[in-house]
Write a protein that binds this ligand. Structure first.
Ligand code: NDP
Length: 328
């Protein structure tokens, strides 16, 4: 496994990490959750991501229980959770000091942990003053309930404001952003955030590196019954499934079919090619993978061996197929 610094911090995270969205506490049972997390740990993954909103808190419960029972040393693990959507009451959502403090306490209880390593603001909150948000995250850090804080899907303006506010108050700014990034979704990571890497040393822990599995090629001949996009009771997934039958969806699947030829030539799977391509970006500290079974964890971690095969020529070839490089 390769470990990278989480931005301008001393914390090292595995370049491939494992997250629990939709899967742990939702799509799969506790045994499979356990098998996936154990497989990940054994392959050198030290970084596990969840959120208060995943499966209404059950993702934290399942992942926390597996980790507690494992007997692993807490210091060998990097655990992150995310706060924003904590329930239906007026103060259960957003980034008020009240929700950050109460939300994190509730997450820690579900995880059965004294602290998380990284706590993220799961989305920006324009209704709460930036000073309140920055002070609240610093407060939970000072209490020892989190070591670092980050953001997820904040704009470059919001992140600059957070850093400016933290600097003015002599406080700690966000170390890391958690944006979507994959071969089909590039602008924010490759273009919008460019000033943040230079000025603040921020790095990213990126989500949906396989575009929910589409980049594995598994949807090129329809939607398999045991796959994420076959899930019926989720509006986001329904939109993704319907999206496959649009012109844009068909174009993406056609690109995946050509990418498969490169993967075959490199003796890897399409999923491994897509994951290695994400990890090739030096501003990505960790590629947060998802897995509904341990065999996927093993396949995905083995994308490490594909990284050195992504020569400038191969990257140019991929660029030509994707045809979506963000304009300078
Ligand atoms: P991916 O795009 O990699 O999708 C993962 C899913 O793809 C798996 O659950 C599995 O679904 C399928 N899959 C995984 N590996 C393979 C493989 N080798 N071959 C075929 N299919 C495969 O990532 P996610 O969308 O799950 O995002 C990863 C993590 O990022 C989340 O768990 C979460 O921690 C974080 N995240 C953060 C968000 C944010 O707003 N900050 C938003 C979304 C995610 P199946 O087998 O069921 O088809």
């Amino acid at each position: 496994m390769e470990y990278r610094f989480l931005g301008r911090t001393g914390l090292k995270v595995s370049v491939f990490s494992l997250g629990g969205w939709l899967t742990y506490g939702g799509q799969v049972n506790e045994d499979i959750t356990s098998d996936c997390i154990r497989a990940a740990y054994e392959l050198g993954i030290n970084f596990f991501d969840t959120a208060e909103v995943y499966a209404n808190g059950k993702s934290e419960v399942y992942m926390g229980e597996v980790i507690r029972r494992s007997g692993w040393k807490r210091s060998d693990l990097v655990i992150s959770t995310k706060l924003f959507w904590g329930g239906s009451g007026p103060n259960d959502t957003g980034l008020s000091r009240k929700h950050i403090v109460e939300g994190l306490n509730a997450s820690l209880k579900r995880l059965q942990m004294d602290y998380v390593d990284v706590v993220y603001a799961h989305r920006p909150d324009s209704d709460t003053p930036m000073e309140e948000i920055v002070r609240a995250f610093n407060h939970v850090i000072n209490q020892g309930k989190a070591f670092y804080w980050g953001t997820s899907e904040w704009s470059v303006e919001q992140l600059s404001d957070a850093h400016g506010t933290a600097a003015r108050l002599g406080l700690i700014g966000p170390a890391v952003e958690q944006p979507q990034y994959n071969m089909f979704w590039r602008d924010r990571v490759e273009k919008e955030y460019a000033p943040l890497y230079q000025k603040y040393g921020m790095r990213t822990t990126i989500w949906s590196p396989l575009a929910s599995g589409v980049l594995s090629g598994k949807y090129n001949n329809g939607v398999p019954e045991d796959s994420r996009l076959s899930m019926q009771n989720n509006a986001i997934i329904r939109r993704m499934r319907e999206g496959l039958n649009t012109d844009d969806g068909r174009l993406k699947l056609a690109k995946v079919a050509v990418l498969k030829e490169i993967a075959t030539r490199l003796d890897c799977t399409c999923a491994q090619l897509a994951l290695a391509w994400c990890a090739k970006n030096p501003n990505v500290a960790s590629v947060i993978t998802g897995a509904s079974r341990p065999s996927q964890v093993a396949e995905n971690v083995a994308a490490l061996k594909v990284l050195p095969l992504l020569t400038p020529e191969v990257m140019r070839e991929i660029e030509h197929i994707l045809g979506n490089r963000p304009a300078p």
